[in-house]
Design a protein around this ligand. Structure first.
Ligand code: RIB
Length: 302
């Protein structure tokens, strides 16, 4: 079973903070760490750690970061034939601030990710055709995302779109995805409706379904996840843990949801397992470092 991720990669620069500095203020922060990140790469790594074959389509920087990202993908056994360095470009980086309550604020500098173009999707076409699913996010050129959705539809490969970070989207493309998976903030920005509770998430997701989106899955963090279609609405309860760092939990959800959905063929079971996998990732610091292997996951009892 092979899945393609067409998307971003970043080096995460994670600072633990007591609070954000005010404008003009210098503030000491307790800790700093670096790690592999980027929404596309994170989702791909979750899949790979669960034992799925992964075709990664991304652009890395012509620098030390870019080389280490490629090395990391190779170490995880991914198909990296379409992980390409961009001459003269810096790798994508993400300065991240994690507070004492495990919440995060993230800046992204896309760098080489900006160079992933529709032509790169076409060049990978022969290999994409062998994949069961294509996963997309919004840390790359929107034209590339739309082209991949279009390509997936024309070639019968279902697409999961994670609209992160949120952007104004052309629904002519969103309607053609198999699953549309925003978090609460993204859903709020995309629909223009308030999303502060599961009930509000349900209302906003319904508006997307009325607009023609087939399957909306909303990740609700500590409140679980919600699946809304024209004929069905299911709130999957959260898995209660004590989080230390929630960075990448949404990516852990999407990677593991895809893996278990393809393996077991059932959306609700896949969401239940993805809630658990994502919750477990929040109990460990870092992004990809907090994602466990299938063996670790299936033997963890919590
Ligand atoms: O979703 C978490 C990710 O967002 C981080 O790894 C960071 O790189 C940004 O892309």
């Amino acid at each position: 079973m092979k899945v393609a991720v067409i998307g971003s990669n970043m080096i995460d620069l994670v600072t633990t903070i007591d609070r954000m500095p005010r404008l003009g203020e210098t503030l000491e922060a307790p800790a700093f760490g670096m790690g592999f990140g980027g929404k596309g790469a994170n989702q791909a790594v979750a899949l790979a750690k669960l034992g799925c074959e992964v075709l990664m389509v991304t652009k890395v920087g012509d620098d030390l970061f870019g080389r280490s990202v490629l090395e990391n993908f190779k170490n995880l056994g991914m198909d990296t034939r379409y992980v390409e360095p961009v001459p003269g470009a810096s790798n994508g980086v993400a300065p991240i601030f994690v507070d004492r309550d495990a919440n995060n604020s993230i800046l992204i500098v896309k760098g080489a990710n900006n160079a992933l173009k529709p032509a790169d999707v076409d060049r990978a076409a022969e290999d994409l055709r062998k994949c069961r699913m294509i996963i997309l996010q919004l840390e790359i050129d929107l034209a590339t995302v739309y082209h991949a959705i279009d390509w997936g539809e024309r070639n019968g490969i279902p697409v999961i779109l994670n609209p992160a970070p949120a952007a104004a989207l052309d629904f002519a493309y969103v309607r053609r995805t198999a699953f549309f998976v925003p978090n609460e903030t993204e859903l709020e920005l995309i629909t223009g409706m308030p999303v502060t509770s599961p009930e509000e998430a349900r209302q906003a997701a319904r508006s997307l379904v009325r607009d023609g989106v087939g399957n909306v899955i909303v990740t609700l963090g500590g409140k679980g996840s919600l699946w809304v279609t024209a004929g069905r609405e299911e709130l999957v309860p959260p898995c209660i843990v004590r989080p230390v760092d929630t960075t990448g939990a949404g990516d852990a959800f999407i990677g593991s949801f895809t893996y278990y959905y393809l393996r077991l063929g059932d959306v609700l079971t896949a969401m239940t397992l993805a809630n658990r996998y994502a919750a477990l990732s929040t109990t460990r610091p870092g992004t990809q470092t907090s994602f466990v292997t299938r063996e670790e996951f299936e033997r963890t009892d919590f």
